[in-house]
Design a binder for this molecule. Structure first.
Ligand SMILES: [Zn+2]
Ligand SMILES: [Zn+2]
Length: 478
């Protein structure tokens, strides 16, 4: 197994002069796009007019509509007219997983994301199995999916989740898109003989793998031709279709965002269950070249298990794993974000800069009017705590107008962190000259020693003017 970072090669800064051999190869679709392609296109691309009842018929994608309505109709007809045999039921489920894996392990993780290398036999198996899912050719599918990752949640994303659950599930296929999907290069896929082979025989493969093969297996092995066609063919195909569609809809709608919350992708067990393991979509959008979706052994990701088993048998290699260190950074960021919210919901001791600085004499004078006690350089008003003090009122009264630092920190009683936190809430002033060296540890309440602060709250500001930044004396670029 190798990491993404290890296997990624840096593109040469200047492309070599084109040769005759290069000229035959497909030019990457995004090689000549302007630097501001995304913002320019999003700003200037004119969408097609909105779909209304009047223009609905002209805007329907008839072939897709036919496939996605006729298949379930056939399945429902079969459900009411053909007796389900258990062998056929088992075969339908098995074939659902085979064709599902063709999409998840093949179309998605192998070809769209190049998350591992597959041997030729495995590539043919995945291409054939994936065709049985009737979701378009590998090249077409990957082109859309790469645009989805590159422009997630924008109008350049063909299944933009911001346009609603049903649009991202099925609407984007049934109606002609209002926006052209953003550019995404798939020239690498044109070089694959397996992909070219699938493209060439695509229509035959669809008929063969979508319907003929599942029917023939059930027919020849246990004589259930009808069941094979209706259940392992049509009903199974409906489930595979909506299983894949859920990756674009459910996985962008249900669950948690443990790695990043910038975009809509989410992690959820239910999504994983209905998508052959593609439900850890928050992880996937952060680390798309990782061959895994689920990173924990107990999470449901049969696609990952399948790839790992193939690797054991020498059919797959170079399984890419994003460095654990970087994965943890994402998790930590999200955990800190949540903790920061909790932190902001709490009330904290007044900021030291907001407290008046009071001289020892003034402290003495004011202590006559109200019970003030000095601890660790801060003046505290304990009037509402006299009767609450667990050690008794008398111990507090004894220290009014005095410095109780030693007594508080173990001299009389080594107070708990909770007591120290509570004490800090009673601060009303800072004693002039009271913050002696070595007292910092005592002056900061335990709950504030580890705080979550944004980079611009830390005081250093930009890393470029940080005093810790190392300079070579001639300037960074000198
Ligand atoms: Zn997605
Ligand atoms: Zn993906």
């Amino acid at each position: 197994m190798s990491s993404v970072v290890e296997t990624r090669k840096t593109a040469p800064k200047q492309s070599p002069a084109p040769t005759l051999k290069d000229a035959k190869e497909e030019v990457p679709a995004d090689i000549n796009i302007p630097d501001n392609y995304v913002s320019w296109t999003l700003k200037n691309q004119k969408p097609l007019p909105p779909i209304t009842w009047d223009n609905l018929l002209q805007n329907l994608q008839w072939l897709t509509l036919a496939i996605l309505t006729i298949t379930p109709s056939i399945a429902i007809y079969g459900l009411f007219t053909v007796k389900m045999r258990w062998e056929t039921f088992v075969w339908s489920v098995v074939y659902y997983f085979i064709t599902g894996l063709g999409i998840t392990a093949g179309y998605h993780r192998l070809w769209a994301h190049r998350s591992y290398n597959a041997s030729k036999p495995l590539q043919y198996f995945l291409a054939i199995a994936g065709t049985g899912a009737v979701e378009g050719s590998i090249k077409w599918w990957c082109r859309g999916h790469r645009a989805h990752h590159r422009y997630t949640d924008t109008d350049l994303d063909p299944y933009n989740a911001h346009r609603g659950f049903w649009f991202s599930h099925i609407g984007w296929m049934l109606l002609k898109p209002r926006y052209k999907p953003g550019v995404a290069d798939v020239s690498d896929l044109s070089k694959s003989s397996v992909i070219r082979w699938q493209h060439r025989w695509y229509v035959w493969l669809i008929v063969g793998m979508g319907f003929v093969f599942p029917t023939v297996v059930a027919g020849l092995l246990w004589g259930d031709w009808k069941g094979g066609f209706f259940f392992a063919g049509a009903a199974r195909l409906c489930f595979v279709h909506h299983s894949t569609f859920c990756v674009n809809s459910l996985a962008h709608w249900l669950g948690e965002t443990p790695f990043d919350d910038k975009h809509t992708p989410r992690d959820h067990f239910i999504t994983a269950l209905v998508t052959v393991g593609e439900g850890y979509h928050n992880f996937h959008h952060q680390f798309p070249m990782d061959y895994r979706n689920a990173i924990r052994w107990y999470q449901y990701d049969p696609t990952k298990w399948f790839i790992a088993v193939c690797a054991q048998f020498g059919l797959a290699s170079h399984l890419k794993i994003f460095p654990e260190n970087e994965v943890k950074k994402g998790q930590l960021t999200m955990q800190l974000k949540k903790l920061r919210e909790t932190q902001e919901d709490l009330q904290w001791a007044p900021n030291v800069d907001d407290l008046p600085v009071i001289s020892w004499e003034s402290f003495q004078e004011q202590s006559i009017k109200r019970p003030l006690i000095v601890v660790a350089g801060f003046i505290h008003d304990v009037s509402d705590f006299l009767d609450e003090h667990p050690g008794g009122r008398h111990l507090l009264v004894k220290y009014v107008g005095r410095d109780a630092t030693t007594a508080f920190f173990g001299g009389v009683y080594d107070h708990s962190n909770a007591a120290h936190n509570l004490l800090s809430m009673k601060r009303v002033g800072a004693l002039h000259g009271g913050m002696q060296h070595g007292l910092q540890d005592k002056s900061i309440p335990p709950a504030q020693r580890l705080r979550i602060a944004r980079y611009n709250e830390l005081g250093g500001g930009s890393p470029y003017n940080s005093s810790t930044a190392v300079s070579d004396g001639e300037g960074m670029l000198g």
